[in-house]
Design a binder for this molecule. Structure first.
Ligand code: SF4
Ligand code: SF4
Ligand code: SF4
Length: 169
């Protein structure tokens, strides 16, 4: 089993695709232009490899993958990512790669419509998060640990008053 590629190391894949002379100044991962499926390679390499075939969009059981400007992106307005890897399995170009640690570059943002903030005790988003990335205190907005969050959107789906939006991280 190959070692998982942490998102901080995605730049490695980019460097593999560049001439040696162009490598020295590109140690950092390329910022995402849009949210990509969870096992997308580094953005610079992704935009070269993804040809917009749409196989990932067809495979996604949650219908959150869409093709825009000939590239796959995630839209979480109506559903979450279950991290099932079906999109990765069908990608024919390597733009989605099983060795990339699953992570979507989105995080939950909590609005003041939150019941807990309005002194109506609630902790549904906290209990829905499998990574324990949300912390609730009495009468406060939920707090997010961005180091733990993988952008899956389960918390957004759990909030019955729509107080959570997934925004760029
Ligand atoms: S991991 Fe599964 S739910 Fe998430 S985008 Fe890919 S196919 Fe959809
Ligand atoms: S589930 Fe919604 S209402 Fe409940 S604490 Fe989380 S953000 Fe607030
Ligand atoms: S997006 Fe997923 S990992 Fe992040 S806080 Fe919400 S449920 Fe937890």
């Amino acid at each position: 089993m190959p070692e998982a590629i942490d998102s901080n190391r995605r730049g490695f894949l980019t460097r593999l695709s560049k001439p040696v002379s162009a490598l020295s100044s590109e140690a950092e991962p390329t910022p995402r232009v849009a949210a990509r499926p969870p096992q997308a390679v580094d953005e610079a390499l992704f935009t070269r490899l993804c040809d917009g075939c749409g196989k990932c969009a067809d495979a996604c059981p949650n219908s959150i993958v869409h093709i825009r400007q000939n590239l796959a992106r995630i839209d979480m307005d109506y559903n979450e990512c279950s991290l099932c890897q079906e999109c990765t399995k069908v990608c024919p170009t390597g733009a989605l790669n099983v060795n990339v640690k699953a992570h979507i570059d989105l995080v939950p943002s909590f609005s003041q419509g939150c019941d807990n903030y309005l002194q109506l005790a609630c902790n549904l988003c906290q209990s829905s998060c499998k990574l324990a990335a949300i912390h609730i205190e009495e009468d406060e907005l939920p707090r997010l640990d961005t180091e733990l969050c993988n952008g899956c959107g389960q918390c957004q789906s759990s909030c019955y008053v729509n107080a959570i939006s997934m925004v760029a991280s």
